[in-house]
Design a protein around this ligand. Sequence first.
Ligand code: FMN
Length: 354
Amino acid sequence: MQVDLRESWWIRDVEIPTRLVLAPMAGVSVQAFRRQGRRYGAGLVCSEMVSCAGLEHRNERTLGYLRVARDEHPLAIQIFGSEPTVMAEAAQMVVTAGADIVDINFGCPVRKVTKTGAGATLLDDPDRACAIVDAVAGAVDVPVSVKMRRGLEDGSRACLTVGPQLVAAGAATLTLHPRSARQMYTGEADHSLTAELVELVDVPVIASGDITSRGRAQAVLAATGAAAVMVGRAAQGNPWSLREIVDGAAAEPSREEVAAELIVFVRETVRELGERRAVGFLKKFYGWYLGRGRFPRPFKQELVQLESTEEVVTRLLAAAPRATELVERLEAELPDPADEILLDSMPISIYGGG
Ligand SMILES: Cc1cc2nc3c(=O)[nH]c(=O)nc-3n(C[C@H](O)[C@H](O)[C@H](O)COP(=O)(O)O)c2cc1C
């Protein structure tokens, strides 16, 4: 069965224009990544996980994750935590910031998060997980979604018992990444569990894990009955994979296209994080963009050593001079940064960090 990825679908009253969702990824899903994802065909984008404790304490860096631009919608902002009331307040803040959907993280396997009783550990504590969903759904008017793993231990099927309970508690969508928390990112995502979950709930299910090509996306959608696929690692430094998945367009860009997208990404990230943070943050992206045989390996090493992003841009333009025109075209299409939603109702400015 051929599934049309350009078909729109709904999460309650929010229309999602394609069946491709860009995954939330900590340390990756900055605004530039999400906006780029939308340009390349993602129907829904998601922030990285935002700490509800950080929001509660008005931590400036945490509040910085709530910068939302006009061209990101529909956008889910993901929160994590373990206290229902604190999560409910955090949900209200992210809706004020412009989220169309509040996503709750019940999937993070990282010890720093799980030892606080948040993330994937909540799959072992369904009562608390349901209390969180119930509190968040009761606190906001927008749909609430949940992203989860299959369970904590290898072979666990916890998602199939917890999932329907979360829907009963108010979740309007479930995203399943069918690996255990213990697995982290090893092995394979077992989408037979996604198919079972789809049968058990009457809300849309999003399939996450190992979606790397149009063929794989079509196969998972057809085999599971999921409403959409989520793409994470395949989109790192490679927005062209999103276009390939949605449209079947050729995935390999020219050197000029790679340089131009990376330059726009660098400039937008500097605007969002400030030069000092952006220099370190961007390093991993150089490898992601320039690898795959697109540029010689020493070129990446050279960029990583540079001390300012301006030097990076200069080197990229020297390596691909005809990218200049493309950069101008891309930047002309982006909305004015002044269109960003300002968090007037937030207690402190989020712009201190640049
Ligand atoms: C670097 C990285 C950071 C991630 N951060 C988050 C996160 O903040 N919240 C979340 O729900 N999942 C997070 N994930 C999991 C992804 O959203 C996704 O479920 C997983 O990578 C499987 O999809 P993929 O095979 O398409 O990458 C992260 C994954 C990676 C690789």
